[in-house]
Design a protein. Structure first.
Length: 290
C-alpha cells in the first residue's frame, strides 16, 4: 500500500511526520510531498510556481521524519500536489492520501477554504482514498493525541473502497487521557474563521479576521470538538446533485454541431501569469488517472 502525505502548512510542519509514522506503522510505503511554504486557505486551487513550464521541487523535510521516507518540497498548492501525484510525479501512483495534521481546526463550512481538505478532495476526484486530519490549535502541544486519533481514522480508511469522499477528522489539542473519543459529526453551519470589512479606500479593502464563538448546534463537529471529542465527517468532492429541483432549460432550434471546448489555464506562476493548460493527453485519461 503506497501512501502520499501532504498538507497546507508546508514541508517543515511536524504534522506531516505524525501522519507518516501512522502509515509506516501500518506497513505502508510512504512518501511526503508538501508545499515549500504555507498554503493555508488555498482550498483545491491548482496553482504553482513554474520555471520554463516545470514544476519546481526544493529540498525540505519535516522534523523527525524517518530517514527512509523520501520527502519533496513543492512550489505548488496542496491540491495540485495530490493531482500530479496521481500521475506519478513522486513515484508510483499512491493508493491513499493523508493530508495534515493541519495546524488549527477545519470544522463547519470553513472546510470549503482549507488547503488541507482541498488536497484530500483533489485526490478523491482522482479515485484515491483520502483522509484530512486537523488539530484544534495553531501551536499544538499534544501530538500524541493527534496520532492516536489518526491511527483509528487510518485503520477505518484502509477498510473502505476508494470513492469521491474524504474523511475529515478534527482533534482537540488536549492530553490523550482527557480525550472523550472519536465521534461522527455533521458540519457546523458556520466557518471556523469570520471576516469583516474594517476600512475601504481608493484601491484597497482592509479586512479583520477573527475566530467565531460557539453557537448552539449540539452534535456538530465544532460543538463536539469544544467538549473534548475528536470528530469524523465524510465530505463529498464536487458532483452534480439536482435532486428534485426543476432546472432552467430551453430549446432554440439549432442543430447538432461540433464544438471545440477549451479547458483554459489550470496553474499560474508566482507572477500570476497563466503557465499551464490541460493537455489532450491528460483529459483523455479516466477518472482514476489511468
Amino acid at each position: 500500500m503506497r501512501v502520499l502525505i501532504t498538507n497546507d502548512d508546508g514541508i517543515a510542519s511536524p504534522g506531516l511526520t505524525v501522519l507518516a509514522e501512522v502509515a509506516l506503522a501500518a506497513g505502508c510505503d510512504v512518501v511526503v510531498a508538501a508545499p515549500h511554504r504555507q498554503y493555508s486557505g488555498a482550498s483545491a486551487a491548482l496553482t504553482a510556481q513554474e520555471v520554463d513550464g516545470a514544476l519546481v521541487l526544493v529540498e525540505g523535510r519535516p522534523p523527525g521524519l524517518p530517514e527512509e521516507v523520501r520527502a519533496f518540497g513543492v512550489k505548488a498548492a496542496p491540491a495540485l500536489i495530490t493531482f500530479v501525484a496521481a500521475y506519478g510525479a513522486f513515484g508510483e501512483r499512491p493508493d491513499l492520501v493523508l493530508s495534515g495534521v493541519n495546524l488549527g481546526a477545519n470544522t463547519g463550512r470553513a472546510t470549503l477554504h482549507s488547503g488541507t481538505v482541498g488536497a484530500a478532495l483533489s485526490a478523491a476526484t482522482q479515485g484515491i482514498g483520502a483522509l484530512a486530519v486537523s488539530i484544534a490549535s495553531g501551536d499544538p502541544q499534544h501530538w500524541d493525541t493527534a496520532r492516536l486519533v489518526s491511527e483509528h481514522a487510518f485503520d477505518w480508511l484502509l477498510r473502505q473502497p476508494a470513492d469521491e469522499r474524504v474523511l475529515n477528522v478534527n482533534v482537540p489539542d488536549i492530553p490523550a487521557g482527557q480525550l472523550r473519543g472519536l465521534k461522527p459529526a455533521p458540519l457546523a453551519s458556520f466557518g471556523a474563521v469570520q471576516a469583516s470589512v474594517r476600512e475601504k479606500g481608493k484601491g484597497y479593502v482592509m479586512l479583520t479576521y477573527s475566530g467565531v464563538s460557539a453557537r448552539e448546534e449540539p452534535g456538530s463537529d465544532h460543538d463536539l470538538l469544544t467538549r473534548g471529542w475528536a470528530t469524523a465527517t465524510l465530505l463529498s468532492a464536487p458532483y452534480d446533485d439536482p435532486g428534485q429541483t426543476v432546472l432552467p432549460e430551453f430549446e432554440s432550434g439549432g442543430t447538432d454541431v461540433a464544438v471545440d471546448v477549451g479547458t483554459g489555464a489550470v496553474m499560474s506562476s508566482g507572477d500570476d501569469k497563466p503557465s499551464g493548460e490541460i493537455s489532450e493527453e491528460l483529459t483523455g485519461r479516466d477518472a482514476a488517472g489511468r
